[in-house]
Design a protein. Sequence first.
Length: 557
Amino acid sequence: MSEETKSLNFIEQIIEEDLKSGKYTEIVTRFPPEPNGYLHIGHAKSIVLNFGLSQKYGGTTNLRFDDTNPIVEDIEYVESIMNDIHWLGYDWGGKEHYASDYFDQLYEFAQKLIKKGLAYVDDSTIEEIKEMRGTPTKPGIESPYRNRSVEENLDLFERMKNGEFEDGSKVLRAKIDMASPNMHLRDPIMYRIKNAFHHRTEDKWKIYPMYDFAHGQSDAIEQITHSICTLEFETHRPLYNWFIDKLEIFPSRQIEFARLNLNYTIMSKRKLLQLVEEEIVEGWNDPRMPTISGMRRRGYTPEAIRNFCNRIGVAKRENIVDVALLEFSVREHLNKIALRRMVVTEPVKLIITNYPDGQTEWFDIDNNPEDENAGTRKVPFSKEVYIEKSDFMIDPPKKFFRLGPGRSVRLKNAYKVTCDDYKLDDEGNVKEIYCTYHPNSKSGQPDTSGIKVKSTIHWVNVADAVPIQIRLYDRLFNDEAPDGHKDKDFMHFINHDSLKILDGYGEVNMKDATMEDKFQFLRMGYFTMDFESTADELVFNRTVTLKDAWAKSRGKK
């Protein structure tokens, strides 16, 4: 086996075998979201996989909305899904598909199965049908309506379509095998009555197909060669194949892979909706949500998400991925592209007593030392600057190397300063710090000051400081498996300290920030501007910290 073959994942191996054997001449995959919520990081893995395969093998990927349940679907979700996929860097040829595009054809498929004696209308209630299905170790019981004539079934099915019956009064079921060890083959429901308005077909239909019937047949209609699903659909595959075989339609092939499971994360759309409805978060795009729109707002990049999905690979067995790996992928990319900026969140004024009054110097500072093409920016420096409160201590311990009485530090990219005095406010907090600067210690020039320092601290020039709001986001859950406890609801593990809001100052260049920019605030982490920013108040979200702040809690160093 060649090195190239060894590097293929199992889905790529299947595709290459199918192409080699001539089973398919071109590759067509699909991404089929249900428009009942926003996409999350688990969907991103499927998007990257499906679109990546078609790109690799010169094929196409269809975007098809599984809009078969009008009660929970909304055009808002359709639009958000398309926006998220485009943002991730993928396109579907300008023509999205919908399961509702095929409602007429699916209805004809159902009629064909009825005519073959392979489907029937059942008047049993849903509770009765569940009871008659039996258990995995006990065969089911055939419905008393199972042997209706073809003519009666066709008539009843048409009347179901015409809206003559109430919701729940009848269903159409496939006639397969009530003793099958696979529960999905025990006469599964194909259609149910739903007198509901559909966002595309409006009031035309009173019946809607179930996922198992709509999905595989939509694949066949679109001639999808490889229908890639998550592992929970593995037991559905025999039914998928049964419908294709009995209808004698295009032989799409279903392949299952392990879904993405992240620790400290919930990815059930129903539970994410609960977080929104109970206002635990601001909405689907809250930066603490695992949704793609939330990650985008938080400052994640599409490159980082794609790199993460490719890094974790494609597996056949379920496993849990450490969310720290996702955060690492984000840091890795942001470190290469983020513009460095100086920001203080707990400002204390530092006054340089021997610096000339009214004088301002402009320093050229690298935008990103990791990117030689990032250029420099000019930052003003004068007699008064802000520093972080935490960078000064009146009585510093031995291993505190920043500023204190009689101590010296370098102001980043500027001068060395020595603390001579300080002033306290009425509550005993440090209000002002008085320092002497050393003119012959200017950054970028020969240092003849003779002053030795063990630390460099950042600063912001008072005269040009830009007021900003800083939102420090952390993980929404404080438990590795918030959804994995039988005795406690996932809401019990909400991290109530997942958002802290600070007011601070940024260097003068922050006034030109845009929402497309990515920043590293020195010693604080990576940040992006929030869309709630205004001309009077700039708001920045922390994307990730500079290092994995949770590593210690997981026993890592």
